[in-house]
Design a protein around this ligand. Structure first.
Ligand code: OSB
Ligand code: MG
Length: 368
């Protein structure tokens, strides 16, 4: 397929409720949206970096410049037989994994559309629907208890509580007291250090399925010390950017579970490699999220159909976050299961072009 043109946008969708995590609060989901055009088809993807470098280092302004000035010009007008042929154009650049991911993911969509098969089939997925849970942002204990009730009533298969210093043991104790048997996890988004081991030990008593990313985004080594001190599994998110990071973390026993976000790790080739290396270590993985709108959610669902995604992912119903989405289809979970969208080709969802115009802050068209 020849990449004939690229449409690059910045889209902003209001969130129904602000989403607070230890590293920041989001009131609006702003993201780059990329459409790659070729053979009369469109491959689409969302990028997951935030406006500011609060989750990882990448930012929307820096990404837009890198895509516009470096990455897209190197690909426009060229033909690629499959997504692996992009690798020589992506590999030379350090970092920028989220920027590489949006290009690679859009091409996977374009490629699977050109083959007339679902993205899931192109990736080697084995499921028709994927198990999902919810991620509950930082709020008062009362509000959190209400949100947990709502999620359980809807049938979600796992409840993840965002925690932060001073908003941890009491919160988890309250939720656990009310719901002794639910599958419960916490995500610290890097808010703790080795000095906080007593707090992490206290969390060890609540039969959590895992504790996600307690320590720094760029640390693997110190997580091994924490994991050695706990019964509860550590799950790494921010610190895993590649299959080599995953191998090192699992070899060091810094974690027993990995959260894979295709946008964080540079695309589906890397996501599959992390999935495979984790399977080789007997470590389950699950599909994380970045509050994606419909296009990004569709990519996540297709990824989560791979065999070793054995823990519920974060791709809950889009209607929990957005009053209106940028796609024509509804991505709604039923009893904690999210059906793989579409029965045709590619990601299986389509852009609502009219609404997209209303929520686009910026648009540019690139040609060879
Ligand atoms: O750490 O998993 C995270 C949202 C924004 C940034 C980081 C994270 C999250 C979530 C949300 O937990 C998951 C979702 O998309 O629903
Ligand atoms: Mg996380």
């Amino acid at each position: 397929i020849r990449i004939e043109a690229a449409e690059l946008r910045i889209v902003s969708l209001p969130l129904i409720t602000p989403f607070k995590i230890s590293s920041g609060t989001m009131t609006c989901k702003t993201f780059p949206l990329l459409v790659l055009k070729g053979e009369g088809l469109e491959g689409i993807a969302e990028a997951v970096m935030d406006p500011a470098p609060d989750y990882l280092e990448e930012t929307i302004p820096a990404t837009m410049a890198f895509l516009r000035e470096v990455l897209l010009p190197s690909l426009l007008g060229k033909s690629f037989a499959n997504p692996y042929e992009l690798e020589p154009y992506l590999a030379p650049w350090r970092g920028h994994r989220m920027a590489k991911a949006v290009v690679e993911m859009a091409f996977w969509d374009l490629w699977s559309k050109s083959l007339g098969i679902p993205l899931k089939a192109a990736l080697g997925g084995v499921r028709e629907r994927v198990d999902v849970g919810v991620s509950i942002g930082i709020a008062s204990i009362d509000t959190t208890l209400e949100r947990v009730e709502t999620a359980l009533a809807a049938g979600y298969k796992r409840t993840k509580l965002k925690i932060a210093q001073g908003h941890d043991v009491k919160l988890v104790a309250a939720v656990r007291a009310r719901h002794p048997d639910i599958k419960l996890t916490v995500d610290a988004n890097t808010d703790y250090g080795l000095i906080d081991l007593p707090v992490l030990r206290a969390l060890d008593d609540f039969d959590l399925d895992y504790i996600e990313q307690p320590l720094a985004f760029d640390d693997i080594h110190d997580h091994a010390q924490v994991q050695a001190a706990l019964k509860t599994a550590i799950c790494l998110d921010e610190s895993i950017r590649s299959a080599s990071d995953a191998r090192k973390a699992l070899e060091l026993r810094a974690a027993r579970v990995i959260n894979i976000k295709v946008g964080r790790v540079g695309g589906f080739a890397a996501a599959r490699a992390i999935h495979d290396v984790s399977a080789a270590f007997g470590a389950p993985v699950w599909c994380g999220g970045m509050l994606e709108a419909g296009i990004g959610r569709a990519h996540n669902i297709h990824l989560a159909t791979l065999a070793n995604f054995t823990k519920p992912g974060d791709t809950s119903s889009a209607s929990r976050y957005f009053r209106r989405d940028i796609i024509n289809e509804a991505l709604e979970a039923e009893n904690g299961e999210m059906p793989v969208p579409g029965n045709g080709s590619g990601i299986g969802v389509t852009l609502d072009r009219a609404y997209l115009e209303n929520v686009t802050d910026h648009v540019e068209e690139l040609t060879p």
